[in-house]
Design a protein around this ligand. Structure first.
Ligand code: THU
Ligand code: ZN
Length: 308
């Protein structure tokens, strides 16, 4: 049954000044509040993790770029890394002016993408500033921990099965894998030396059980490093997150914007013979006519030699 917070009094919140300080820390870590900071906040304010998590939601929403709706959604994945350390992975919605509304990145997707790209191994909780839409419930149903994690709203708590009864998911398509528990990678790219090794790695770690288009995007900036995005598919297809959307979401979590002062170049790497991202990437990029043109590369895959 859903749990509604019933205790008397108002929920714990950060002052505007505290929010601004935390915003700068999270921006510095490109959308992450590391475990040491989470522990320090719990201690400093004598609050449980859930209260700190909920109090961080208005900060998550500050990363939103919503020129169409002006509706700023924040989401935070509370997840464990490979060492068992608990970090907060932030996310916020991203809208694309003058493009189809369906291209939008939802805050929940942004936070899950952030956790995934940054090596989170287990999702324990997902906090969201507003009720998750049907599309996000479906996106969350692709996760390895879909049965176990808690969904925290400002005043309620749910399991995904309560929000998405009679669900359609990977198993319905015969896919035994899931996002955060992918099939072991048996392939490598037939590569060219000049290509960025991180872009190749990112593409090989894409979750693409339905199209097999291992693909990734790199956004290079003039002064702020490179941002990578990875393709994450969904059994219901529509909620899939394209590698370009994934990379743009990461760039915004560094507090940057997609403009010509920031972005130096954009590269899309796809799997030869399985390409499906060029048109959608061009549609997203049409929202930023001043940016350099997309560089598109296709590479063939071959079976990885077994190490003996
Ligand atoms: N939005 C989310 O980010 N998550 C949801 O589950 C509900 C909707 C965003 C999408 C769009 O940018 C704005 O809120 C209005 O729908
Ligand atoms: Zn949604």
């Amino acid at each position: 049954m859903p749990t509604t917070l019933t205790q008397a009094g108002t929920a714990f919140s950060f002052s505007a000044e505290q929010q601004q300080q935390l915003y700068l820390i999270i921006k510095h870590h490109v959308g992450i509040l590391p475990s040491s900071d989470v522990a320090a906040l719990c201690k400093q304010y004598d609050q449980p993790v859930d209260a700190i998590l909920r109090a961080c939601l208005p900060i998550a929403a500050q990363f939103a770029v919503a020129p169409i709706s002006q509706f700023f959604v924040g989401a935070i994945v509370c997840g464990l890394d490979s060492q068992g350390e608990l970090h907060f992975y932030f996310g916020a919605n991203v809208e694309f002016s003058q493009q189809a509304l369906s291209l939008v990145v939802h805050a929940e997707q942004s936070a899950i993408n952030n956790a995934w790209l940054n090596g989170a191994k287990k999702i324990v909780k997902i906090a969201i500033s507003d009720a998750p839409c049907g599309y996000c419930r479906q996106f969350m149903n692709e996760l390895a921990d879909a049965q176990s994690f808690d969904i925290l709203l400002p005043k309620q708590q749910f399991k995904l099965a309560e929000l998405l009864p009679c669900a359609f998911g990977p198993n319905d398509l015969g896919n035994v894998y899931s996002l955060f528990n992918p099939a072991p990678q048996q392939h490598q790219f037939v590569t060219r030396a000049e290509l960025d090794a991180k872009l190749l790695d990112c593409a090989l770690s894409a979750y693409v059980p339905y199209s097999e288009n291992y693909s990734a995007v790199k956004i290079s900036t003039f002064n702020n490093g490179d941002f990578y995005g990875c393709y994450a598919e969904n059994a219901a297809y529509s909620p899939s997150l394209s590698p370009l959307q994934s990379a743009i979401s990461q760039l915004h979590l560094a507090g940057l914007l997609m403009n010509k002062e920031v972005v130096q170049g954009i590269e899309l790497l796809q799997t030869q013979g399985k390409e499906n991202q060029l048109s959608v990437s061009q549609a997203v990029l049409a929202s930023y006519p001043e940016l350099p043109v997309l560089q598109s590369i296709s590479l063939a895959l071959c079976i990885k030699p077994t190490v003996v």
